[in-house]
Design a protein around this ligand. Sequence first.
Ligand code: HEC
Length: 191
Amino acid sequence: MNILKSVTYITLSVSLLFGASQQENKQLQNIVKTGQKSSMLLLKTLGSNMKRNMKTGGPMQALDFCTQKAYTLTEEVNKKLPKGVTVKRISTKYRNPANQPQGSEQEVLVSLEKLQSLHVKLPKQLVQKVDEHTYKYYKPLVINKQVCLKCHGNITNKKLKDAIAKRYPQDKAQHYKMGDLRGAVVVTIKK
Ligand code: HEC
């Protein structure tokens, strides 16, 4: 059983323990499935484009891509999702203020950061019931590739550092290390 499956399994077993009905379990399963699909679509879309730009033009071109396209590509992914489903990236230390966590998303992220500081291995996914009709699926994003540090670590490339400072004067998304929690992908599912 892979970790993703076992976490889903744990979520479902816990809900069974607490007496969730079969119908609720089925609903939870569907939410997890929609969350996995939507978050993967966003991460794959952003990741493959970033890789291509990095390869052809290095970090400066990749930065242009992130600044100009990350947001519109996210909107394009959203257009492909079923009605009532939206996906976005959030971070407590955001670069683009549009990626600031909203409402209880902030508390979820802070709780994950707290768990990580206690050396708790983070789950691959979480589901939050916001109200009767709204669920949020979270996929924690950990800095797991050296390339992330080029733009989110201690930036050594002066040209890159200056360009980031110019475009994001309030940037909080630097000085990360490998293994740090960078943020999360959030899929909001409204029934
Ligand atoms: C070439 C520079 C560059 C690299 C490399 C890079 N990023 Fe970013 N990242 C950015 C920029 C610029 C933004 C802001 C995009 C925008 O304006 O929407 C950003 C935004 C983000 C966000 C959204 C939250 C926020 O701070 O606004 C996350 C999450 C993120 N990056 C994670 C990663 C991860 C994980 C990696 C490694 C796989 C990575 N980044 C690699 C430049 C980069």
